[in-house]
Design a protein. Structure first.
Lengths: 339, 631
């Protein structure tokens, strides 16, 4: 089968779709801007709710997609619409003519420094969920080594459901990620007090609710319903968090050794760039706009352009993988219809 | 000159005389009412100022320059200035010269004094070519021409306001239109009427020439009376509608200027000084272009000119809506040619609302706070010479608590400069009271002011340092802190640099400075931040800056403006700032910083961040030298 299939983005959605397409007998082309495959998941340590090592998941996906043509460290310079196909020019000078583009450009993590009141980049003992995973993976982070971990806080919804941060949407995964990370912290520092500051807990997925109850019952993690109003630093460098406990109706103030911000998902710049080049519409939330949000979430309004994963909105890993498989099948059927 | 009629009367003067008497009585009653509505101490202040020579001279000068010449409008746009001053000054001169003429040529006036100066030409005949009268004839025609040129410009302005530097102009009400059209027609009709009689009563280049050119029509004396009737009717209509139109600003401004010069402030939103301001609004619409909310068309009717109109109509629902929506950036006040204080009017209006409950701050203990902030570090064994060793109390404020980088960099700068300082609200403090003040809740604001005053006086500090202009303004205006200098961090940084206590290195970064409303228009601080930035890099200016700087859109002045509405304002303000393509936007207000960072395409920083990055402690040798010179 000579049909060129271009997959933009080598994260888990791109890899899964490539694996499926390879199984269907195609040889897709994966274009990845960074030097490694697996996207954000490759930087993660363990995945909720079963604590599956992220490395295993990504490793499995890469081995199944190994039959594809993979360009690492490559970006797209421009996309030209030809009569019934696209001409894609890559930054390494290669040009590809294709009738099928699968966009799997994913998301970006919200820049936590933009919520300046939480002090990321200003105070030493403030990190993001991604920094924490990095520490889980490498064991190196001066913020964790600095202090005795007696008290750790997690702030939910940083840059999600926040009009002031231009992101009114829910990032879906942060609630459960915070619980996962809180448990992991508690496992490493059993003596530490761990607080989660949340506005709502959205435990929609399979086994999430159990996970949440575990966190409270078995690990003694404190959940405080109320947004953090401000964060300041005391003389010894620890952070003071002020919030309102809206259940008891009282202000709370805690001093923490580490504050973890659950930065949400925003549309990646790459998605916007590709959307501009290929003339794809962008939805009001900044993510790519599907042909239909109920029946055709993986189809773009353009002929031959498909989506999978978090480029159309925040998604969990299993959702992304399911979409990638669906997109692979959709691509296959589309190619059949062209013949 | 001799009188043509024995009676010296014709029925056509009636519309004018009635109209003028009506206006005079109306204004007199209004004047008495406004003065009676002033609080007693203000009334006393006003009467004293009227007989104080200094304010008397200032009053006359201001009335001449503002009401007749319109200097402020000249500064803004010459064409706009000419249009207004030609009508106002020209008309004034017509009246003045008219009276002189009457005094010179007639005697035993009596009741005729009411209308003779206006209709003089109808009632007299030229006995011989009077050389003595030539100058007056010339002046009358000259000023009539001046007014006519102004009217012509006014007609053009109605159609194309852009020629006059105005993008948008006010939508006139129905009565305004009647006033407008009658005003426009007064002077052409006067020209016509005087042209008819130019061959009898004499005239100059305008009237006489017209009389000669259209001799067929104008020399027919049968046409004469209708023209004079029309002229008198136009005047009469104008005077009858005047109290109910924007032209009420003409008499009211003459009262407003002495009131303002007497130092009177707005107390009640509807009475006294506020009323004088509302009626002084000429509906010119300069505030429409100035208003930052104007980027959204839906908000055009929430500008000060419409607030004044609604207050005059007593439309309570709209008055509340307009008052609550405003961002209180004060730009309309800054551009207003007559000095209507749009922001203060609104705050006064907000204070009229009665709340069923209000927060009570009386249980806050000031003692604890005093203990916490009385911790100056260097007091005992300071190596800084005593001349510069002052105790600085830094009040960061609640907005700075949300932008911790300002507090951190300010602290770092103070340490570099060896300042003996302590932070008053490191662990949370009491609000300065300004948000409550802006919401019109004066009693609550006063409670907060009293608590803070107690803490600051108890701390032993000599200088109160603020990084938030919102706090700075209320500390300057409403706090009484004897012996304590109140400074904004931009001023203080400038001083540290000037005194050589900081070494600043300059790089090639291009900065633009955004004047925060409260710091610039609110407190008049424009130079210190610019001087500081110039030490650190290249300073470029925004398209509109200083007094005309555009509000960032984040202001806490507005009680009702939604977040989605503010976005367009912020984007507009950012594009104004980036006109000269700077690398970074610098501001000196935590709220502006927060708001701009959200939508700006380039880094936004507080002035403390810029200075902290580009400064280092002054070297020891320099320090020693300075110590020597001081001792």
């Amino acid at each position: 089968m000579k049909e060129n299939i271009v997959i933009i983005g080598g994260g888990i959605a791109g890899l899964e779709a490539a694996g499926q397409l390879a199984a269907l007998g195609y040889k897709p082309i994966i274009i990845e801007k960074s030097d490694h495959l697996g996207g954000h998941v490759a930087e993660w340590h363990r995945l909720f709710p079963d604590m599956t090592p992220a490395r295993d998941v990504v490793g499995g996906l890469i081995s199944r997609a190994s039959g594809s043509n993979i360009f690492l460290n490559t970006e797209i310079s421009f996309v030209n619409k030809l009569k019934d196909s696209y001409n894609i020019m890559l930054s390494n000078g290669i040009s590809i003519i294709t009738r099928i583009i699968l966009v799997t450009t994913g998301f970006s993590v919200f820049e936590a420094a933009r919520k300046e009141e939480y002090g990321y980049g200003v105070y030493d003992q403030v990190m993001t969920n991604r920094d924490l995973e990095h520490w889980f993976n490498t064991g190196k982070d001066k913020r964790v080594d600095n202090c005795a971990m007696n008290a750790v806080g997690f702030v939910h919804c940083v840059g999600s459901r926040d009009e002031k941060a231009k992101n009114p949407q829910c990032s879906k995964v942060c609630c459960i990620t915070a619980i996962k990370q809180a448990i992991e912290i508690k496992q490493r520092f059993p003596e530490a007090m761990v607080y989660c500051f949340y506005m709502d807990l959205r435990m929609f997925g399979k086994k999430y609710e159990d996970f949440y109850i575990n966190a409270q019952r078995d690990y003694g993690i404190r959940f405080i319903r109320g947004r953090v109003s401000e964060v300041s630093e005391n003389i010894d460098g620890r952070v003071i968090v002020k919030a309102e406990d809206t259940l008891s109706g009282k202000p709370v103030k805690v001093t923490l050794d580490l504050l973890v911000l659950m930065a949400g998902m925003v549309c990646s710049q790459e998605s916007t760039k590709v959307a501009n080049m290929a003339n794809l519409p962008v939805d009001s939330d900044g993510f790519l706009k599907s042909r239909d949000n109920v029946t055709a979430i993986i189809e773009s309004p353009k002929e031959g352009v498909f989506y999978a994963g978090a480029c159309t909105g925040p998604k969990t890993v299993p959702e992304t993988l399911a979409e990638a498989r669906a997109a692979a099948l959709e691509v296959h059927l589309y190619i059949k219809s062209l013949e | 000159m001799r009188e043509r009629f024995l009676t010296g009367y014709n029925d056509f003067v009636l519309p004018f005389v009635c109209g003028m008497l009506f206006v005079l009585i109306y204004c007199l009653v209004g004047l008495v009412r406004i003065i009676m509505q002033l609080p007693p101490q203000d009334r006393k202040k006003f009467f004293i100022s009227l007989v104080t020579p200094k304010t008397m001279i200032k009053n006359i000068k201001d009335i001449f320059l503002k009401c007749l010449i319109h200097v402020d409008l000249w500064k803004r746009n010459r064409l706009l200035g000419y249009m207004h001053s030609s009508i106002a000054f020209g008309w004034f001169m017509l009246i003045l010269v008219g009276h002189i003429e009457v005094l010179l040529y007639t005697s035993h006036l009596g009741a005729k004094a009411l209308y003779y100066p206006i209709f003089f030409r109808y009632f007299v005949a030229e006995t011989e070519s009077t050389m003595k009268g030539a100058l007056i004839f010339f002046l009358m025609d000259f000023f009539l021409l001046v007014v006519l040129s102004g009217i012509a410009l006014a007609i053009i302005k109605r159609v194309r306001s852009r020629f006059f530097g105005m993008r948008r102009t006010t939508n006139p009400s129905f009565l305004d239109l009647i006033g407008l059209y009658s005003l426009w027609s007064i002077f052409p009709l006067r020209l016509l009427a005087e042209s008819f009689t130019a061959d009898i009563s004499g005239g100059s280049f305008l009237t006489k020439s017209l009389n000669y050119v259209f001799t067929e029509f104008l020399s027919n004396h049968a046409n004469m009376l209708p023209a004079w009737w029309a002229y008198s009717c136009a005047l009469g209509i104008f005077f009858f509608v005047l109290p109910f139109t924007r032209y009420m600003h003409i008499p009211t401004e003459i009262l407003l200027i002495p009131l303002r010069n007497a130092g009177i402030r707005i107390v009640n939103a509807r009475k006294g000084f506020a009323k004088a301001q509302v009626y002084s609004c000429p509906s010119c619409g300069l505030c429409i272009d100035a208003c930052p909310m104007g980027v959204l068309k839906g908000n055009l009717k929430d500008t000060t000119v419409y607030l004044n109109r609604q207050i005059r109509r007593n439309n309570e629902a709209r008055i509340e809506e307009i008052s609550d929506k405003c961002l209180l950036c004060g730009k309309c006040t800054a551009v207003c040619p007559v000095g209507v204080e749009g922001d203060k009017l609104r705050i006064a209006q907000r204070s009229m609302r009665r709340y069923n409950f209000g927060p009570d701050y009386s249980n806050i203990s000031a003692k604890e706070e005093i203990a916490r902030c009385n911790k100056f570090v260097n007091s005992e064994n300071s190596n800084v010479s005593s001349a510069v060793n002052e105790k600085v109390l830094y009040f960061a404020g609640c907005m700075t608590a949300l932008t911790p980088v300002i507090m951190k960099t300010t602290g770092s700068i103070l340490e570099k400069a060896g300042v003996d300082y302590t932070v008053m609200d490191r662990d949370g403090g009491i609000c300065c009271g300004r948000p409550m003040l802006m919401a019109g809740r004066f009693a609550q604001a006063r409670q907060l002011v009293e608590k803070n005053t107690e803490i600051i006086l108890g701390s032993g500090a000599g200088t109160l340092l603020l990084s938030c202009p919102i706090c700075y303004k209320i500390f300057r205006e409403k706090y009484s802190l004897p012996g304590i200098k109140i400074v904004h961090h931009t001023e203080y940084f400038e001083r540290l640099i000037r005194e050589g206590r900081l070494k600043v290195h300059r790089d090639g970064t291009r900065y633009v400075f955004h004047d925060p409303c409260e710091l610039g228009r609110g407190c008049g601080i424009y130079e210190p931040p610019r001087n500081v930035i110039s030490c650190a890099g290249e300073l470029v200016e925004a398209a509109k800056n200083r007094k005309e700087s555009i509000c960032c859109g984040g202001s806490l002045g507005s009680l009702t403006l939604g977040f989605d509405k503010r976005k367009a304002m912020t984007e507009n303000a950012v594009s104004n700032l980036t006109a000269a393509s700077p690398d970074r936007i610098v501001t000196a207000c935590p709220l502006c910083l927060n708001t701009f960072s959200r939508y700006s395409d380039r880094p936004v920083e507080d002035i403390a961040q810029v200075l902290d990055r580009n400064s280092s402690p002054a070297d020891i040798t320099g320090n020693n030298k300075r110590q020597k010179t001081i001792s």
